[in-house]
Design a protein around this ligand. Structure first.
Ligand code: AGV
Ligand code: CA
Length: 313
């Protein structure tokens, strides 16, 4: 069965690879894409998205909306620069300026309009901060009834965060930390939430073996794109550092359509939205339920990436 999906991402390497993979999934009908300059800058995030749709979208007619969201805590500039590099990849620039149009409205409004106009319920897939969804829910409360579920890369329940910044206690995941208030707004809604936190993404680091596997398949344009993308970011080699890269968003995107590769459980939870733990998602007996991915079949996951990417040419 084909599922209508609205994809909101924040322009990092794994967000853009996620967009590429979504475009290869037979059961996904993308109805809109929004890009937010959180772990990126908005202009290259939007531009690279348009070019990926042009080159790898199989003629799909889509628009890319630009977000005007501002975070509470900004990502390190060094990480955000990757979006300019992906946008400059030759494979995305062979045919000149992008043709996929930029949507008229800012991303939060585009999300409202496209979802309300959809002929069936929509899965909202988000691989960045929840800011635009929170704004959309505030502006149009009826939106909740049109959303099948939210699938989000963000948060963690084991208090081992991935933010290394002052004035925080180390328990938060970055997408939640960028805009903690937005996470609270979404948690307080009646949406069905599926969450991929750091518990599972830790099991799928970028490694040199993974890079080699993609390099061997570079005759496929899609795997060459993935290989080039992940050449920009540091792998897990000897020891985890603050910049070590995992396949966070790709795991979220792939498992949203192929749930057989992950294990999930229901967690009752809440969110802290201020103080040194702002952005922390935590278990709470009378909190709202979320379906949390806690484990992944590593090999099945990487096989699925290959299989999807080979379909692109
Ligand atoms: O926390 C993971 C989120 C994902 O959506 N992002 C990167 C993914 O797109 C932020 C992030 C955490 N650690 C990072 C991040 C790192 N070492 N480099 C770049 N981004
Ligand atoms: Ca992201």
């Amino acid at each position: 069965m084909v599922q209508n999906v609205y994809f909101s991402h924040d322009g990092a390497v794994d967000d853009l690879v996620s967009l590429f993979l979504l475009l290869q999934m037979d059961n996904v009908k993308l109805i809109g894409v929004g890009a937010i300059g959180a772990d990126s800058y908005t202009e290259p995030a939007v531009s690279a998205s348009r070019k990926i749709i042009d080159r790898f979208g199989h003629g799909e007619k889509l628009e890319v909306a630009s977000s005007n969201a501002r975070g509470v805590h900004t990502f390190p500039t060094e990480w955000r620069m990757d979006s300019f590099r992906v946008d400059a990849f030759p494979v995305l620039n062979e045919f000149g300026a992008p043709k996929t149009p930029i949507a008229k409205e800012p991303a939060w409004k585009d999300m409202v309009d496209k979802i309300m106009a959809s002929d069936s319920k929509v899965t909202v897939l988000m691989t960045g901060p929840l800011t635009d969804l929170a704004s959309a829910l505030k502006a149009e409360p009826k939106l909740q009834d049109k959303i099948e579920k939210l699938v989000w890369m963000g948060g963690t329940f084991d208090n081992r965060g991935n933010v290394a910044e002052p004035e925080q206690d180390g328990t938060m995941e970055w997408n939640a930390f960028w805009d903690p208030e937005a996470v609270k707004t979404v948690w307080d809604s009646s949406l069905e939430i599926h969450m991929v936190g750091l518990e599972s993404t830790r099991k799928v680091p970028l490694t040199n073996d993974v890079r080699d596997r993609w390099a061997k398949q570079r005759k496929y344009a899609g795997l060459d794109l993935i290989g080039n993308g992940y050449a920009l970011v540091p792998p897990l080699a000897h020891f985890e550092t603050n910049s070590t890269y995992y396949l966070w968003d790709v795991l979220t995107t792939v498992s949203s359509q192929y749930p057989e590769i992950v294990k999930t459980k229901i967690v009752n939870s809440d969110v802290i939205s201020d103080g040194p733990a702002q952005g922390r998602t935590f278990e709470k007996a009378d909190g709202r339920p979320v379906e949390m991915v806690y484990d992944v079949d590593h090999d099945a996951f990487f096989d699925k990436i290959d299989e999807l990417a080979r379909k692109a040419d």
